[in-house]
Ligand binder design. Structure first.
Ligand SMILES: [Mg+2]
Length: 353
Protein backbone atom coordinates (compact mmCIF):
# COMPACT_ATOMS: atom_id res chain seq x y z
CA UNK A 1 0.00 0.00 0.00
CA UNK A 2 1.00 3.62 -0.53
CA UNK A 3 0.63 6.23 2.23
CA UNK A 4 0.17 9.95 1.43
CA UNK A 5 -0.04 12.92 3.82
CA UNK A 6 -1.89 16.24 3.28
CA UNK A 7 -2.14 19.26 5.59
CA UNK A 8 -5.62 20.87 5.85
CA UNK A 9 -6.04 24.23 7.63
CA UNK A 10 -9.57 24.75 9.00
CA UNK A 11 -11.15 27.74 10.74
CA UNK A 12 -13.98 27.81 13.27
CA UNK A 13 -17.05 29.96 12.67
CA UNK A 14 -17.21 30.70 16.41
CA UNK A 15 -13.93 30.20 18.38
CA UNK A 16 -14.45 27.70 21.22
CA UNK A 17 -13.40 28.69 24.76
CA UNK A 18 -13.01 25.94 27.37
CA UNK A 19 -11.43 26.08 30.83
CA UNK A 20 -7.91 25.61 29.35
CA UNK A 21 -8.07 28.24 26.56
CA UNK A 22 -9.51 29.16 23.15
CA UNK A 23 -9.29 27.36 19.77
CA UNK A 24 -10.06 29.35 16.59
CA UNK A 25 -8.36 27.25 13.87
CA UNK A 26 -6.20 24.19 13.38
CA UNK A 27 -4.06 22.39 10.82
CA UNK A 28 -5.34 18.83 10.54
CA UNK A 29 -3.38 16.03 8.89
CA UNK A 30 -5.03 13.81 6.31
CA UNK A 31 -3.66 10.32 5.69
CA UNK A 32 -4.47 8.48 2.45
CA UNK A 33 -3.82 4.78 2.14
CA UNK A 34 -4.03 3.53 -1.45
CA UNK A 35 -4.02 -0.10 -2.57
CA UNK A 36 -5.82 -2.22 -5.19
CA UNK A 37 -7.62 0.80 -6.67
CA UNK A 38 -9.20 1.99 -3.38
CA UNK A 39 -8.14 4.95 -1.22
CA UNK A 40 -8.80 5.01 2.54
CA UNK A 41 -8.89 8.34 4.42
CA UNK A 42 -7.99 9.15 8.02
CA UNK A 43 -7.42 12.35 9.98
CA UNK A 44 -4.95 13.29 12.74
CA UNK A 45 -5.58 16.37 14.89
CA UNK A 46 -2.89 17.78 17.18
CA UNK A 47 -3.99 18.25 20.80
CA UNK A 48 -2.86 18.07 24.41
CA UNK A 49 0.52 18.17 26.10
CA UNK A 50 2.16 15.04 24.62
CA UNK A 51 5.16 16.55 22.75
CA UNK A 52 4.96 13.74 20.17
CA UNK A 53 1.60 14.99 18.96
CA UNK A 54 0.90 18.49 20.21
CA UNK A 55 1.74 20.17 16.88
CA UNK A 56 0.76 19.23 13.30
CA UNK A 57 4.45 19.00 12.33
CA UNK A 58 5.15 16.43 15.07
CA UNK A 59 2.27 14.37 13.72
CA UNK A 60 3.47 14.68 10.12
CA UNK A 61 6.93 13.53 11.15
CA UNK A 62 5.50 10.56 13.10
CA UNK A 63 3.24 9.55 10.21
CA UNK A 64 6.14 9.80 7.73
CA UNK A 65 8.15 7.38 9.88
CA UNK A 66 5.19 4.97 10.09
CA UNK A 67 4.50 5.29 6.35
CA UNK A 68 8.09 4.30 5.52
CA UNK A 69 7.71 1.26 7.74
CA UNK A 70 4.34 -0.12 6.60
CA UNK A 71 4.27 0.88 2.94
CA UNK A 72 4.74 -2.67 1.64
CA UNK A 73 2.11 -4.26 3.90
CA UNK A 74 -1.38 -5.42 2.78
CA UNK A 75 -3.93 -2.99 4.36
CA UNK A 76 -6.01 -5.99 5.53
CA UNK A 77 -3.14 -6.98 7.84
CA UNK A 78 -4.30 -4.66 10.62
CA UNK A 79 -2.96 -6.82 13.45
CA UNK A 80 0.54 -6.75 11.99
CA UNK A 81 0.29 -2.99 11.32
CA UNK A 82 -0.86 -2.35 14.90
CA UNK A 83 2.13 -4.33 16.21
CA UNK A 84 4.40 -2.02 14.22
CA UNK A 85 2.58 1.06 15.58
CA UNK A 86 3.23 -0.28 19.10
CA UNK A 87 6.90 -0.94 18.34
CA UNK A 88 7.28 2.57 16.91
CA UNK A 89 5.49 4.04 19.98
CA UNK A 90 3.27 5.95 17.51
CA UNK A 91 1.42 8.94 19.01
CA UNK A 92 -2.32 8.21 19.37
CA UNK A 93 -3.48 10.88 16.89
CA UNK A 94 -1.10 9.54 14.19
CA UNK A 95 -2.25 6.02 14.98
CA UNK A 96 -5.90 7.15 14.71
CA UNK A 97 -5.33 8.54 11.20
CA UNK A 98 -3.67 5.29 10.03
CA UNK A 99 -6.22 3.01 11.72
CA UNK A 100 -9.21 4.97 10.36
CA UNK A 101 -7.70 5.04 6.85
CA UNK A 102 -7.33 1.24 7.01
CA UNK A 103 -11.00 0.85 8.02
CA UNK A 104 -12.18 3.27 5.32
CA UNK A 105 -10.07 1.36 2.77
CA UNK A 106 -11.51 -1.98 3.96
CA UNK A 107 -15.05 -0.62 3.52
CA UNK A 108 -14.35 0.78 0.07
CA UNK A 109 -12.61 -2.41 -1.07
CA UNK A 110 -15.49 -4.61 0.06
CA UNK A 111 -18.19 -2.13 -1.07
CA UNK A 112 -19.66 -1.76 2.45
CA UNK A 113 -19.95 1.10 4.94
CA UNK A 114 -17.76 0.43 8.00
CA UNK A 115 -20.72 0.34 10.44
CA UNK A 116 -22.17 -2.45 8.28
CA UNK A 117 -18.89 -4.39 8.19
CA UNK A 118 -19.15 -4.33 12.00
CA UNK A 119 -22.75 -5.55 11.88
CA UNK A 120 -24.18 -2.47 13.62
CA UNK A 121 -27.77 -1.20 13.50
CA UNK A 122 -27.73 2.27 11.91
CA UNK A 123 -31.15 3.11 13.37
CA UNK A 124 -29.64 3.24 16.90
CA UNK A 125 -27.62 6.43 16.36
CA UNK A 126 -28.19 8.88 19.26
CA UNK A 127 -28.58 12.63 18.53
CA UNK A 128 -25.39 14.70 18.54
CA UNK A 129 -25.06 17.46 21.11
CA UNK A 130 -24.00 20.99 20.19
CA UNK A 131 -21.43 22.78 22.34
CA UNK A 132 -21.67 26.15 24.06
CA UNK A 133 -18.18 27.32 25.07
CA UNK A 134 -17.41 29.38 28.16
CA UNK A 135 -18.87 32.82 27.47
CA UNK A 136 -20.70 35.63 29.27
CA UNK A 137 -24.25 34.48 30.03
CA UNK A 138 -25.75 37.31 27.96
CA UNK A 139 -24.10 35.90 24.79
CA UNK A 140 -25.55 32.40 25.18
CA UNK A 141 -28.89 33.11 23.49
CA UNK A 142 -27.14 34.38 20.35
CA UNK A 143 -24.89 31.30 20.21
CA UNK A 144 -27.92 29.03 20.60
CA UNK A 145 -29.54 30.87 17.66
CA UNK A 146 -26.41 30.27 15.54
CA UNK A 147 -26.65 26.56 16.34
CA UNK A 148 -30.38 26.60 15.48
CA UNK A 149 -29.46 27.98 12.05
CA UNK A 150 -27.05 25.05 11.54
CA UNK A 151 -29.19 22.11 12.71
CA UNK A 152 -32.13 20.86 14.68
CA UNK A 153 -30.64 19.73 18.02
CA UNK A 154 -31.89 17.92 21.15
CA UNK A 155 -28.86 18.11 23.44
CA UNK A 156 -26.68 21.08 24.45
CA UNK A 157 -23.29 20.53 26.08
CA UNK A 158 -22.16 23.54 28.13
CA UNK A 159 -18.50 24.19 28.93
CA UNK A 160 -17.98 25.25 32.54
CA UNK A 161 -14.92 26.07 34.66
CA UNK A 162 -15.15 29.84 34.12
CA UNK A 163 -12.20 31.59 35.82
CA UNK A 164 -14.76 34.00 37.33
CA UNK A 165 -16.04 31.15 39.50
CA UNK A 166 -18.98 28.81 39.96
CA UNK A 167 -21.59 31.58 39.93
CA UNK A 168 -20.51 32.51 36.36
CA UNK A 169 -20.88 28.84 35.39
CA UNK A 170 -24.35 28.70 36.93
CA UNK A 171 -25.37 31.91 35.12
CA UNK A 172 -24.32 30.34 31.80
CA UNK A 173 -26.28 27.13 32.48
CA UNK A 174 -29.33 29.25 33.38
CA UNK A 175 -28.96 31.37 30.24
CA UNK A 176 -28.74 28.28 28.03
CA UNK A 177 -31.79 26.79 29.76
CA UNK A 178 -33.75 29.99 29.04
CA UNK A 179 -32.57 30.11 25.42
CA UNK A 180 -33.28 26.41 24.77
CA UNK A 181 -36.01 25.39 27.24
CA UNK A 182 -36.74 22.15 25.36
CA UNK A 183 -33.11 20.92 25.14
CA UNK A 184 -31.46 18.20 27.20
CA UNK A 185 -28.39 19.67 28.95
CA UNK A 186 -24.96 18.26 29.87
CA UNK A 187 -21.90 20.08 31.25
CA UNK A 188 -18.14 19.63 30.81
CA UNK A 189 -15.63 21.24 33.22
CA UNK A 190 -12.52 19.97 31.38
CA UNK A 191 -10.89 19.25 34.74
CA UNK A 192 -11.29 22.78 36.16
CA UNK A 193 -13.12 21.96 39.42
CA UNK A 194 -12.08 20.63 42.81
CA UNK A 195 -14.03 17.93 44.65
CA UNK A 196 -15.66 20.63 46.82
CA UNK A 197 -16.67 22.76 43.82
CA UNK A 198 -18.03 19.69 42.01
CA UNK A 199 -20.18 18.67 44.98
CA UNK A 200 -21.42 22.25 45.41
CA UNK A 201 -22.24 22.55 41.70
CA UNK A 202 -23.87 19.11 41.57
CA UNK A 203 -26.82 20.38 43.62
CA UNK A 204 -27.79 23.10 41.15
CA UNK A 205 -26.87 21.02 38.10
CA UNK A 206 -29.36 18.34 39.17
CA UNK A 207 -31.98 20.99 39.99
CA UNK A 208 -31.64 22.26 36.41
CA UNK A 209 -32.02 18.79 34.94
CA UNK A 210 -28.41 18.44 33.72
CA UNK A 211 -27.93 14.82 32.60
CA UNK A 212 -24.28 14.36 33.45
CA UNK A 213 -21.10 16.11 34.55
CA UNK A 214 -18.06 15.50 32.37
CA UNK A 215 -14.48 15.55 33.68
CA UNK A 216 -15.01 17.73 36.76
CA UNK A 217 -11.53 16.95 38.19
CA UNK A 218 -8.12 17.36 36.55
CA UNK A 219 -6.81 14.01 35.25
CA UNK A 220 -3.86 14.36 37.65
CA UNK A 221 -6.45 14.15 40.43
CA UNK A 222 -8.01 10.83 39.42
CA UNK A 223 -7.46 9.56 42.96
CA UNK A 224 -10.04 12.17 44.11
CA UNK A 225 -12.71 10.72 41.84
CA UNK A 226 -13.62 8.11 44.44
CA UNK A 227 -14.06 10.84 47.05
CA UNK A 228 -16.29 12.88 44.73
CA UNK A 229 -18.47 9.89 43.78
CA UNK A 230 -18.76 8.83 47.45
CA UNK A 231 -19.84 12.34 48.48
CA UNK A 232 -22.45 12.48 45.70
CA UNK A 233 -23.78 9.06 46.77
CA UNK A 234 -23.85 10.04 50.47
CA UNK A 235 -25.89 13.14 49.62
CA UNK A 236 -28.24 11.19 47.36
CA UNK A 237 -27.25 13.30 44.33
CA UNK A 238 -27.87 11.37 41.14
CA UNK A 239 -25.49 13.03 38.67
CA UNK A 240 -23.54 10.61 36.46
CA UNK A 241 -19.82 11.44 36.13
CA UNK A 242 -18.24 11.06 32.68
CA UNK A 243 -14.45 10.83 32.32
CA UNK A 244 -12.77 12.31 29.26
CA UNK A 245 -9.22 13.66 29.72
CA UNK A 246 -8.61 10.91 32.34
CA UNK A 247 -9.71 8.15 29.99
CA UNK A 248 -7.52 7.60 26.96
CA UNK A 249 -7.39 3.87 26.18
CA UNK A 250 -9.05 0.63 27.28
CA UNK A 251 -6.93 -0.01 30.43
CA UNK A 252 -8.17 3.36 31.80
CA UNK A 253 -11.81 2.31 31.52
CA UNK A 254 -11.79 -0.34 34.25
CA UNK A 255 -9.52 1.71 36.55
CA UNK A 256 -11.83 4.77 36.36
CA UNK A 257 -15.03 2.77 36.69
CA UNK A 258 -13.60 1.24 39.87
CA UNK A 259 -13.07 4.78 41.19
CA UNK A 260 -16.75 5.52 40.50
CA UNK A 261 -16.95 6.94 36.95
CA UNK A 262 -20.32 6.20 35.32
CA UNK A 263 -19.37 6.79 31.68
CA UNK A 264 -16.41 7.35 29.38
CA UNK A 265 -15.88 9.85 26.57
CA UNK A 266 -14.06 8.14 23.67
CA UNK A 267 -12.14 10.31 21.20
CA UNK A 268 -10.28 8.80 18.27
CA UNK A 269 -7.27 11.11 18.77
CA UNK A 270 -6.85 9.99 22.40
CA UNK A 271 -7.31 6.27 21.88
CA UNK A 272 -5.70 5.78 18.45
CA UNK A 273 -8.61 4.90 16.17
CA UNK A 274 -11.67 2.71 15.70
CA UNK A 275 -9.87 -0.53 16.64
CA UNK A 276 -9.01 0.73 20.13
CA UNK A 277 -12.40 2.50 20.43
CA UNK A 278 -14.07 -0.91 20.00
CA UNK A 279 -11.89 -2.32 22.81
CA UNK A 280 -12.89 0.61 25.05
CA UNK A 281 -16.58 -0.01 24.34
CA UNK A 282 -16.09 -3.67 25.30
CA UNK A 283 -14.27 -2.67 28.50
CA UNK A 284 -17.04 -0.17 29.36
CA UNK A 285 -19.72 -2.82 28.88
CA UNK A 286 -17.83 -5.23 31.15
CA UNK A 287 -18.00 -2.73 34.04
CA UNK A 288 -21.46 -1.31 33.31
CA UNK A 289 -20.17 2.11 32.19
CA UNK A 290 -21.92 4.12 29.49
CA UNK A 291 -20.21 5.42 26.35
CA UNK A 292 -20.00 8.82 24.75
CA UNK A 293 -18.14 9.83 21.57
CA UNK A 294 -16.43 13.23 21.54
CA UNK A 295 -14.19 15.26 19.25
CA UNK A 296 -11.42 17.85 19.11
CA UNK A 297 -11.16 20.19 16.09
CA UNK A 298 -12.17 17.37 13.75
CA UNK A 299 -13.50 17.90 10.25
CA UNK A 300 -16.38 15.77 9.00
CA UNK A 301 -13.77 13.12 8.14
CA UNK A 302 -12.80 12.15 11.72
CA UNK A 303 -16.33 12.77 13.05
CA UNK A 304 -17.83 10.50 10.39
CA UNK A 305 -15.19 7.87 11.20
CA UNK A 306 -16.28 7.95 14.87
CA UNK A 307 -19.94 7.94 13.81
CA UNK A 308 -19.45 4.43 12.38
CA UNK A 309 -19.61 3.25 16.02
CA UNK A 310 -22.45 5.58 17.08
CA UNK A 311 -24.98 2.72 17.35
CA UNK A 312 -22.88 1.50 20.34
CA UNK A 313 -22.93 4.88 22.16
CA UNK A 314 -25.33 6.44 24.67
CA UNK A 315 -24.33 10.05 23.92
CA UNK A 316 -22.77 11.59 20.82
CA UNK A 317 -20.83 14.85 20.84
CA UNK A 318 -19.53 15.04 17.27
CA UNK A 319 -20.28 18.66 16.42
CA UNK A 320 -16.87 20.25 15.69
CA UNK A 321 -17.20 20.08 11.89
CA UNK A 322 -20.54 21.91 12.06
CA UNK A 323 -18.63 24.92 13.43
CA UNK A 324 -16.10 25.08 10.55
CA UNK A 325 -16.32 27.68 7.80
CA UNK A 326 -14.11 25.70 5.41
CA UNK A 327 -14.40 21.96 6.02
CA UNK A 328 -12.42 20.54 3.05
CA UNK A 329 -14.43 17.30 3.01
CA UNK A 330 -17.97 16.44 2.07
CA UNK A 331 -19.67 13.74 4.05
CA UNK A 332 -23.06 12.78 5.42
CA UNK A 333 -25.18 15.66 6.66
CA UNK A 334 -27.19 16.00 9.85
CA UNK A 335 -30.82 14.95 9.86
CA UNK A 336 -33.16 15.10 12.89
CA UNK A 337 -30.17 16.16 15.02
CA UNK A 338 -28.24 12.99 14.16
CA UNK A 339 -24.99 12.51 12.27
CA UNK A 340 -26.09 9.40 10.40
CA UNK A 341 -23.20 7.28 9.14
CA UNK A 342 -23.33 7.11 5.36
CA UNK A 343 -24.70 4.17 3.39
CA UNK A 344 -21.80 4.56 0.95
CA UNK A 345 -18.74 2.26 1.19
CA UNK A 346 -16.12 3.05 3.83
CA UNK A 347 -16.90 6.29 5.68
CA UNK A 348 -18.66 7.84 2.67
CA UNK A 349 -16.51 10.98 2.83
CA UNK A 350 -15.02 12.73 -0.24
CA UNK A 351 -11.68 14.55 -0.02
CA UNK A 352 -10.46 17.43 -2.21
CA UNK A 353 -7.95 16.48 -4.96
MG1 LIG B 1 -14.78 16.70 27.38
Amino acid sequence: MKVEIHRRRVKKRVPLRISRGVVAESVNIEVRIAADGAVGLGEAVAYGSDPRQNTPEHLVSAIETIAGDISGVDPFERQRIHDRLDELNAPPAARAAIDCALWDWAGKTTGRPVWQLLGLDRERVPPTSVTIGIMPADEAAERIDTWRDALEFDVVKIKVGNDRGLSADRDLVDAVRRAAPEARLTVDANGAWTVEQSVQAADWLVERGVEHLEQPLAPQRDENLRELCTQLDDRGIDLPIVVDESCRTSPDVVRLAQLGADAINIKLMKCGGLTEALRMIGAARSVGAKVMFGCFSHTVLANTAAAQLSPLAHWIDLDSHLNLVDDPYTGPGIDSGRLWPSTRPGFGVDAPD
